[in-house]
Design a protein around this ligand. Structure first.
Ligand SMILES: Nc1ncnc2c1ncn2[C@@H]1O[C@H](COP(=O)(O)OP(=O)(O)O)[C@@H](O)[C@H]1O
Ligand SMILES: [Mg+2]
Length: 246
């Protein structure tokens, strides 16, 4: 008996009026697998991520998490089911320490007065950033004192901490420089080692080859193809993305 995969999408379609942003999209992601989602602007990548993360409801089709069909009311419902998303524009709070960002909205409390358990949050944050090798000065550092790469590392660590096996990323390195991107890619590969299923939207085909196992190409809402990166040449991928024969 094979175990059910962390994520299966079956016939996902999303209409915005006359526009089909996504048409009959199918994908299954295994634990420990990184799948890249590529396509030109407007291809439907973000729409798909928003559907899986509960921000949009699909017009039709089915989302199956660990073998169970789900219908998310909204993003917090998806989060409650263990779906976490990392965006390029970080949903982090600058004027708070790293550990508060890690527990944003889900702070640990202690005692009858339910005061913030800062020590435990800092401790758990330290354990997580150590495991993912996100190098920060201290879990108690102010977020605004970190570099862009360190901040994205924190966003990924947070998603990993709360995810139950599935992490979505929409252009996680789009705002970063080369060295910071390399560090964030290492962090993404650590998620794979931990057995997470990762769906990552990327514009950068070099990055896709560096981190992903498979790639899905979207063009104007249509799923053009799904390939193992071991079996596909870059020029073929470019042709699938653009619709032009190379
Ligand atoms: N909330 C929305 N309302 C209407 N149209 C939308 C909405 N979100 C996305 N679209 C349309 O859906 C298509 C796919 O957009 P999007 O998923 O953002 O593409 P990508 O992330 O690949 O650049 C585009 O034609 C876009 O204009
Ligand atoms: Mg997008």
């Amino acid at each position: 008996m094979s175990q059910s995969s962390p994520l299966a999408l079956r016939g996902i379609t999303k209409q915005f009026g006359a526009v089909a942003a996504i048409e009959r999209f199918d994908l299954e992601i295994e634990a420990g697998e990184i799948v890249a989602l590529v396509g030109d602007n407007g291809a439907g990548k973000s729409t798909l991520v928003k559907i899986i993360s509960g921000l949009y409801q699909p017009s039709s089709g089915e989302i199956v998490l660990n073998g169970k069909p789900v219908n998310f009311r909204d993003a917090s419902d998806a989060r409650a089911h263990g779906v976490e998303v990392v965006y390029q524009d970080l949903a982090l709070v600058d004027q708070q320490p790293v550990y508060m960002n890690m527990f944003l909205g889900r702070e640990l409390v202690k005692g009858p007065l339910r005061t913030l358990d800062r020590a435990r949050m800092a401790q758990e944050t330290q354990a997580l950033v150590t495991e993912l090798d996100v190098r920060i000065p201290s879990p108690r550092a102010q977020l605004s004192d970190l570099s862009g790469g360190q901040r994205q590392g924190i966003a990924i660590a947070r998603a990993t901490h709360w995810a139950s096996g599935l992490v979505l990323m929409d252009e996680p390195t789009a705002a970063l420089g080369v060295a910071e991107t390399a560090k964030v890619e290492e962090t993404i590969l650590r998620l794979k080692e931990r057995g997470a299923a990762v769906l990552v939207v990327s514009h950068n085909l070099e990055q896709v080859y560096r981190i992903a196992d498979r790639v899905v190409v979207l063009r104007r809402g249509k799923q053009i193809g799904t390939r193992s990166l071991a079996d596909v040449e870059k020029n073929e991928l470019v042709g699938m993305i653009t619709g032009l024969v190379q």
